[in-house]
Design a protein around this ligand. Structure first.
Ligand SMILES: NC(=O)c1ccc[n+]([C@@H]2O[C@H](COP(=O)([O-])OP(=O)(O)OC[C@H]3O[C@@H](n4cnc5c(N)ncnc54)[C@H](OP(=O)(O)O)[C@@H]3O)[C@@H](O)[C@H]2O)c1
Length: 642
């Protein structure tokens, strides 16, 4: 539930020491082989020697360890290894199919392609792209291949990398590697049989070898399966990431760091959050504002004519009125049409702003792609979808610094999202882009720049928006007024690289959605499901229609359990009943287990009713029967949507 006191919404990332005993005795190591016939470990080996050492050690322990190295095309190599082209999606499927043909099933995949020793990488798009191909896209393609090959045995994925997480403050982060963190959050939510753990390791000094201790610890991490999902090894110790409520002594004491008639640049400034913050700056300090978005506005001289010839609903008219309202509050506003990822355009905007206002005091980077355009199931995510997300948040934030050209700012606030910590169905690329922002802010702080990444909870703009969000999701959102109070509080907090704004208990949300623990208030019931209190069916626009078939009855009972609602009609909308994307993960896994079908996630988003799901399940079953009867059916099935 939502915490009423805004000052309690702030959390900081921190690390706790949590060493594990090294357990490499035959009993533990053998456990998965006993339960999964043909169990094997896939090791995506790095070029620094850690992966090969892990493979050797696993083989000493009599494990079936299969190395996979980057190459120019898919190939079986001597010594039981594979090569594949990291950028070719088909190669990952070829790998999984080849393993299956041999009766081998990966139970652990260690992905080490982002273990590199290139310490202080310059923050350029080229360096980021290289890390993305090795770390983000290869992980995405790998999981898509597992999905396409319908591998549903329990699987642990370990994303092991260097320079991905900051623990001691002495590391130099490579934010391009951090996008894998966002993906790690979402994979287990969309594929409930997969767990994903991100493990950051330090590079040894050039003359030193990887220690045997680290190799054994890393193997132990996946033998013991501890619940932590973000882990770092430093020296002899293991650290786990936590998010702690902002300590009392960190509460703001000084005034908000806004200057009277200060000059503030807001990327995405004509978007929803951008305009809320612009209005706040106009109202409180009569700021001089530069609002940047790709679409911009017509020339000022044409505004009156535009307003006269377009209706109230017109997007541009709405934005013109908003800018006029800012000016009525005492602000001076410069609207600039520019793509934040285009260095030349951003340099031109900043030069123009300096010419007009003489200086620049702060930046709010709120450009981003949100809403439906940002939701895509992993199985259906193309590089183009990711690049759309990365444009403003990855390349845009890189360009911003170059275009700012060493400007001395009071602050640069990056509008990141709680999705980088909690994930969310359909948010693979979005969470990845926001993880990049978080890591970039850490790196900039280390370089002495006043950048802060703010992982915002969801905002709600008006009652219509609330109705569209579903009850539970809407209950936790923050209103624009609350957002403004949180913003003031954030500015007064001082020099922090990353602050999380969560209106509900963040630890509980992480436990539930990331570690996938049952909710605290509900003990596990006999069948392992969470036994929720049953609430009456709320008032809906749809009349109650009871289930008409056994299939609908079973699905409706699942919804009742997941949503904690007494009775669910076959045309009731999952999201209107309080469902949200994270609760939908439970449904998907239950549907898979009960009906042995793989439904595309899109089905639940597009047709969120019991009747709609029953129809989808019938269709999938019917198609599967047809395929069993036809020769070559298995191959065709992998090409379909099942
Ligand atoms: N809304 C939420 O609940 C929420 C929660 C957490 C975090 N956030 C983050 O807060 C930011 C703002 O969210 P919002 O709800 O205000 O979204 P919004 O209303 O869609 O505004 C975002 C603005 O960014 C602009 N934009 C997108 N790509 C751009 C680019 N390459 N260059 C320049 N401008 C670009 C868009 O304008 P053009 O199309 O004209 O370019 C749009 O007006 C986003 O980064 C989002 O991830 C939002």
């Amino acid at each position: 539930s939502k915490e009423p006191e805004v000052t309690r919404w702030f959390y900081l990332p921190s690390w706790k020491r949590a060493d594990l005993p090294i357990v490499l005795e035959a009993k533990e190591v053998e456990a998965d082989r006993a339960s999964v016939p043909g169990a094997c470990w896939l090791i995506f080996e790095d070029g620094e020697g850690l992966g090969p050492q892990i493979t050797r050690r696993l083989r000493e322990l009599a494990k079936d360890a299969i190395p996979v190295i980057p190459g120019t095309r898919f190939a079986r190599l001597d010594g039981g290894a594979y090569a594949l082209d990291p950028g070719r999606r088909e190669d990952y499927l070829a790998l999984i199919q080849d393993l299956r043909a041999q009766g081998r099933t990966p139970t652990v995949i260690l992905h080490l392609w982002n273990v590199t020793s290139d310490g202080r990488v310059p923050l350029t798009a080229v360096a980021v792209d290289a890390a993305q191909e090795r770390g983000f896209y290869s992980l995405l393609f790998l999981v898509q291949a597992l999905g396409k090959a319908a591998v549903t045995t329990p699987l642990q994925i370990g994303v092991v990398a260097t320079h991905m997480l900051e623990v001691t403050g002495e590391e130099t982060l490579h934010p391009g590697k951090a996008t894998a963190l966002g993906l790690c959050r979402v994979i287990p939510q969309e594929y409930p049989h997969i767990t994903c753990r991100a493990v950051d390791v330090p590079t040894p000094a050039p003359w030193a070898a990887w220690s045997k201790g680290l190799v054994d610890r890393l193997i132990t991490e996946f033998v013991l399966k501890p619940p932590e999902v973000t882990v770092a090894y430093r020296g002899r110790h293991r650290w786990v990431q936590r998010f702690e409520p902002l300590p009392e002594d960190h509460l703001p004491t000084g005034p908000v760091r806004l200057r009277k008639r200060g000059v503030y640049l807001i990327t995405g400034g004509l978007g929803r959050i951008g305009l809320v913050l612009a209005e706040h700056l106009a109202r409180t300090v009569q700021a001089r504002l530069i609002l940047v978005g790709r679409s911009g506005l017509p020339e000022r001289a044409a505004w009156e004519a535009w307003l006269a010839t377009h209706d109230e609903e017109d997007r541009t008219s709405h934005r013109i009125r908003q800018v006029q309202a800012l000016e009525a509050l005492g602000a001076e506003v410069m609207v600039a049409g520019a793509d934040v990822a285009d260095e030349a355009q951003m340099r031109a905007v900043i030069a123009q702003a300096r010419e007009r206002f003489g200086t620049l005091h702060g930046v709010i980077h709120a450009a981003g792609i949100v809403g439906e355009a940002s939701i895509r199931a992993i199985q259906e995510t193309d590089p183009a979808d990711c690049e759309q997300q990365f444009r403003a948040k990855v390349y845009g934030s890189l360009m911003l610094e170059q275009a700012l050209d060493g400007a001395h700012l009071d602050f640069c606030l990056l509008q990141s999202s709680l999705a980088s910590i909690l994930g969310g169905l359909g948010f693979a690329a979005y969470a990845a882009a926001n993880s990049f922002l978080d890591a970039l802010a850490h790196r900039r702080r280390a370089d002495g720049l006043p950048w802060t990444s703010v992982d915002w909870d969801g905002w709600r703009f008006g009652e219509e928006h609330r109705a569209a969000m579903g009850r539970v999701a809407a209950d936790l959102t923050l209103t624009p007024e609350e957002g403004v109070r949180a913003f003031d509080h954030l500015l007064a907090l001082g020099d922090l690289p990353q602050v999380v704004v969560s209106t509900g208990d963040l630890q509980a949300r992480i436990a539930r959605w990331v570690r996938r623990e049952p909710p605290a208030e509900a003990g596990p019931s006999r069948d392992g499901d969470s036994a929720k209190a049953q609430h009456p069916r709320p008032e809906l626009g749809t009349a109650y229609v009871p289930p008409r078939t056994d299939l609908e009855q079973t699905i409706a009972e699942m919804w009742q359990k997941v949503l904690g609602i007494e009775r669910v009609g076959v045309y009731d909308n999952f999201f209107e009943l309080g469902g949200h994307s994270l609760l939908a993960t439970q449904l998907i896994s239950q549907l898979r287990d009960t009906f042995h079908v793989e439904l595309p996630l899109r089905d639940l988003f597009e047709n969120p009713t019991v009747a709609g799901l029953a129809e989808s399940i019938e269709t999938v079953r019917w198609a599967a029967q047809g395929m069993q009867a036809a020769p070559g059916a298995a191959d065709e099935r992998e090409e379909g949507e099942l």
